[in-house]
Design a protein around this ligand. Structure first.
Ligand SMILES: O=C(O)C1=C[C@@H](OP(=O)(O)O)[C@@H](O)[C@H](O)C1
Ligand SMILES: C=C(OP(=O)(O)O)C(=O)O
Length: 439
């Protein structure tokens, strides 16, 4: 697929907000929900429908992966503002002849969630991705599938590229893994587990389990389509085997991607309203409702609209387990008036880039004062100046640079087009946001 913002400039002068923003915005569908429901749709016995799904590089890679496995994915007119609905028919044996190939791009959800699906098919499926994808942690899922009796040839690397040789079935049963490097190892196995012969009793044995909200989301998504999941024992999950019923779901807006827009209210002392905010959700982005007040904003949720108003002054904070929100949080804290500590995010070193190193390098390049710790960041107040903000193929580094550029003159973000990973509309939506700050 051509990324919708592939024509974006290589060097993007981040717009400076001349006055407080005052904007009402909606954002496209959740990456995490879209790609979970796509995976589940491939495991059903009928046609499923995703309404208002995300259309981005990561979701397109997932659609292509399902097609490579023999599923049929078509578009249907929908009511979502950001593109058509998706209709998914699961793979038919005749349509999934091997050898197959899956391009994972840089999508963690594709590289972790799809190998267990390939293991359920007969024949071989090879997996590879972008250059940096080869450095992202994969060994927990490779080892787990091997323990379940699935053949995997990874040339001894424990990473991409590798080939999965499926026999058409996976026994399942009890399985121990260390998911310390990514919650996606747990989610990947739970999503495919209803189709394992004996279901799955998964036990996380490590001392740290990152991004627990994303695992909770996987459990609720499974339950929403009728799969029985027992998560009553901490760090253990039991998934009952059985058919998965076809479904028709509406995807919530991506609350993590709403973050940079909401953050603009704090940076400029303005107001941003994001529509379509769910009353109840499993998305980690719902944490903006507690994070942004800790930084000095007022936040309210009423009739599905989240309203954030800033004072123009951002306070430092101690925040744990911010997961994929951390780059946006760090950008805000780089503009704060007191020191901050972020903890519980050591695993960000295995994200799209080493996010801890990238954030420290880029904040300090602009005159900031950031430092890595064993499991997070220290960020102290400093006067920032303009410069080039490198993004390392990381969509959240790009949006973090844009956020800082609202307040700091002459920030230039390299490769704003990388936002196509989860939010191809970012440059246009950001324009809409900054246009609301009248000079
Ligand atoms: O399952 C998911 O949809 C995700 C899980 C998290 O991964 P990690 O546990 O690797 O942080 C998160 O950071 C990522 O953006 C999306
Ligand atoms: C870590 C992220 O993505 P991925 O799904 O590729 O792991 C992210 O979007 O912040």
């Amino acid at each position: 697929m051509n990324a919708p913002n592939a024509g974006a400039p290589a060097l993007w002068p981040a717009p400076l907000a001349p006055s407080p923003v005052d904007a009402v915005l909606s954002v496209p569908g959740s990456k995490s929900l879209t790609n979970r429901y796509l995976v589940l749709a491939a495991l059903t016995e009928g046609r499923s429908r995703l309404r208002a799904p995300l259309h981005s590089r990561d979701s397109e890679l997932m659609v292509s992966a399902l097609r490579a496995l023999g599923a049929t994915v078509t578009e249907a007119e929908g009511t979502g503002a950001f593109g058509p609905d998706l209709l998914i028919d699961p793979p038919q044996a005749a349509a999934s002849a091997d050898p197959r190939h899956v391009d994972c791009g840089l999508a963690g959800t594709v590289m972790r969630f799809v190998p267990p699906l390939a293991a359920l098919l007969r024949g071989s499926t090879s997996f590879d991705g972008d250059p940096h994808a080869r450095t992202r942690p994969m060994s927990a899922i490779i080892d787990a599938l091997r323990t379940l009796g699935v053949g995997i040839d990874d040339g001894g690397t424990g990473s991409l590229p590798f080939t999965v040789s499926g026999s058409g079935q996976v026994a399942g049963g009890k399985l121990e893994i260390d998911a310390g490097a990514s919650s996606q190892f747990v989610s990947a196995l739970l999503l495919a587990a209803p189709r394992f012969e004996q279901g799955l009793h998964l036990i996380h044995t490590g001392s740290v389990l990152p991004s627990p909200d994303h695992i909770a989301m996987t459990v609720s998504v499974l339950r929403s389509v009728g799969v029985e999941v027992d998560d009553s024992v901490p760090f253990q999950w039991r998934v009952a085997p059985g058919p998965v019923a076809a479904f028709d779901v509406t995807i919530e807006p991506d609350l993590s991607n709403a973050g940079p827009f909401l953050g603009a209210a704090l940076v400029t002392g303005g107001t941003v309203r994001v529509t379509g905010w769910p009353e109840k959700t499993d998305q980690v982005g719902d944490k903006w409702r507690s994070i942004l007040p800790a930084l000095g904003a007022s936040v309210s949720l009423s009739d599905g609209t989240l309203t954030v108003t800033g004072t123009g002054t951002i306070h430092g904070a101690e925040l744990a387990d911010t997961s994929e929100l951390a780059p946006t949080v760090a950008a805000l804290l780089a503009l704060a008036d007191s020191p901050s500590v972020l903890t519980g995010i050591a695993h960000l070193r295995g994200h799209e880039t080493d996010r801890l190193a990238a954030l420290v390098t880029e904040i300090n390049r602009l005159g900031g004062d950031a430092e890595e710790t064993a499991d997070g960041l220290l960020i102290r107040p400093a006067a920032l100046h303009g410069g080039t903000w490198e993004t390392y193929a990381d969509h959240r580094m790009a949006t973090a640079g844009a956020l800082i550029g609202l307040a700091v003159p002459d920030v230039v973000v390299r490769d704003i087009g990388t936002t196509a990973k989860t939010l191809p509309e970012f440059p246009e939506l950001w324009q809409q946001l900054t246009d609301s700050a009248v000079s």
